[in-house]
Design a protein around this ligand. Structure first.
Ligand SMILES: C[S@@+](CC[C@H](N)C(=O)[O-])C[C@H]1O[C@@H](n2cnc3c(N)ncnc32)[C@H](O)[C@@H]1O
Length: 330
């Protein structure tokens, strides 16, 4: 249910405090013009207004949510707020702003479109304008604990007497939202960065990498944990790492098809070939290079997207609409 999702965002004090600090350090009262791309209930935009932004424009493509935030702005007499019920990328000739903020981050990082949204934000930004967040670093670490891998195969232990192995394999060809604990990484080499995005440079929807680890002691590996650290501004970061303060985000578990045994001194490689594009959707493939074989996995339809059901219409409150044309060019 939508309100439960936004309730979880509102209850995420780690996320909220990081964005509040970044906004507070960036907004010059009475001077800074702000745009919030993907404004949801309006929380970040309202905060900008309260912190003294000269103007704050919210862009939210869920029409009912945009209406709701417009009515909340009126209810709280936030006169500097304007709301567009529109996808930010469909806005032609946006009013220039000094600061674009967007919290469109998923558990994996890029799957909710933040890369494309913040690259498109250059059309909104006046010279010298800044983006929050400005960077994203994507991390990965092998997982030595078997608890998440084991739960993916209820078929082989179900006692049906049937050969349901293809179902077991299918369930490993997927990504899972899970929370890791230190015991899952006992004796496992440290995390590596598999990708970095600087939102001020041209965004590539295809993301490819290879990372390698050398094991110092014998270990089994059951998959990989992925998380991210967003640089909101210099000195303010937001992290979904297992060892960081918990947020409403969790980590992602990418399983292996078969557990991999690494002897001391052996190397493990991971290739990731991913795509994060509004037009063609999310794709994620991972290939595990182990001393005794290669395993290739890919999601068909992952459970990466946050649920976004539509909210019932909310009557007479209307979001501001300005005349603008959709841009149908690809
Ligand atoms: C994670 S929610 C964040 C809501 C709000 N910014 C907050 O911090 O509470 C992301 C919102 O962005 C909206 N959204 C995603 N891409 C968008 C786009 N390109 N233009 C406008 N809205 C977008 C979604 O509909 C969703 O409501």
């Amino acid at each position: 249910m939508l309100i439960d999702y936004h309730r979880r965002l509102a209850a995420d004090s780690v996320r909220n405090e990081a964005f509040r600090q970044a906004l507070e350090r960036t907004i010059r009262p009475g001077a800074t013009r702000v745009a919030d791309l993907g404004s949801g209930t309006g929380w970040l935009g309202f905060m900008s207004d309260v912190l003294g932004a000269r103007s704050t424009t919210l862009y939210e493509r869920e029409v009912s949510l945009a209406h709701l935030s417009a009515s909340l702005a009126r209810r709280n007499r936030l006169s500097g707020i304007e709301v567009f019920a529109e996808d930010s990328r469909a806005i032609l000739d946006p009013e220039p702003v000094d600061l674009v903020v967007s919290e469109t981050l998923g558990n994996l990082g890029l799957e909710e479109g933040i890369g494309e949204i913040l690259w498109d934000a250059r059309r909104f930004l006046a010279p010298g304008g800044i983006r929050i967040p400005s960077t994203l670093a994507l991390y990965v670490r092998p997982v030595g604990g078997d608890r998440f891998w084991a739960e993916l195969d209820p078929w082989s232990t179900g006692g049906s007497g049937l050969d349901l192995a293809p179902l077991s394999e299918l369930s490993r060809q997927n990504l899972y939202v899970r929370s890791f604990i230190p015991a899952d990484f006992a004796g496992i080499p440290s995390a590596r960065i598999w990708d970095r995005v600087d939102f001020g440079t041209r965004y590539r929807t295809r993301r490819r990498c290879r990372v390698d680890w050398c094991f110092e002691q014998e270990r089994w590996v059951f998959g990989f944990a992925l998380w991210w650290v967003a640089g909101l501004i210099d000195g303010v970061a937001l992290s979904t790492a297992p060892e960081s303060h918990p947020t409403h985000w969790e980590q992602i578990f990418a399983p292996v098809l078969q557990p991999v045994r690494l002897a001391a001194g052996e190397g493990l490689g991971l290739e990731i070939n991913a795509r994060f594009s509004e037009r063609t959707g999310v794709g994620f493939a991972w290939t595990v290079h182990a001393p005794r074989g290669i395993q290739s996995l890919s999601i068909r339809k992952g459970d990466l997207e946050r649920p976004m059901p539509t909210l019932a219409r909310i009557g007479s409150h209307r979001a501001t609409t300005k005349t603008h044309r959709r841009d149908f060019r690809s």
